[in-house]
Write a new protein. Structure first.
Length: 173
């Protein structure tokens, strides 16, 4: 084997190793980028959903991860902290509730911009929520049902407490 053939063989091995390493690095980079976008989209979806149904555990988890998920998005994090500060008011007035709602909508808008939806998801679209009467009636009825269940449970608890006290008084005599 000549020196040229040895050099070509070594060069082929080096190129093969480099291409494998570069392939793995690029694959990891794009996988991480895709996962970050999915995490950001998840936050956006939960915030959009919370406009209608209010907060649930998933929405709360999503907003509490904003500082991590949007670590490289200064504007999103600033708007998150503005919204968070407005939410700290204990008994907000109607004006303050409107400010809180506007801050949440601005947060949604910033997240949409960060995801590349600058002109596709607008302020008007964020503010307008589809909320059919049937859903409203269902939610109101469900809340009434839960209130009545709580009243019944409290009533039964009082009855059992009264009965237990009566039994204890009889045993004491």
């Amino acid at each position: 084997m000549s020196t040229l053939e040895i050099l070509l063989s070594i060069l082929t091995i080096v190129v093969a190793l480099l291409s494998a390493i570069i392939s793995v690095l690029l694959s990891n980079y794009f996988r991480d980028k895709t996962q970050k976008r999915a995490d950001k989209m998840n936050v956006l979806c939960h915030l959009m959903r919370s406009r209608l149904y209010g907060w649930d555990y998933q929405s709360l988890n999503a907003v509490n991860l904003i500082d991590i998920i949007f670590v490289d998005s200064k504007k999103v994090r600033e708007q998150w902290h503005i919204y968070f500060d407005r939410c700290k008011i204990e008994n907000p007035s109607e004006v303050q509730l409107k400010d809180i709602s506007d801050a949440r909508n601005k947060l949604i808008e910033e997240i949409a911009k960060d995801l590349g939806y600058k002109d596709k998801i607008t302020w008007d679209q964020i503010q307008n929520v589809y909320y059919p009467n049937g859903i409203h009636t269902c939610i109101v009825n469900q809340n009434k049902y839960q209130e009545e269940q709580l009243k019944l449970i409290n009533y039964l608890n009082r009855q059992f407490e009264f009965k237990d006290q009566s039994d204890n008084n009889k045993n004491a005599l």
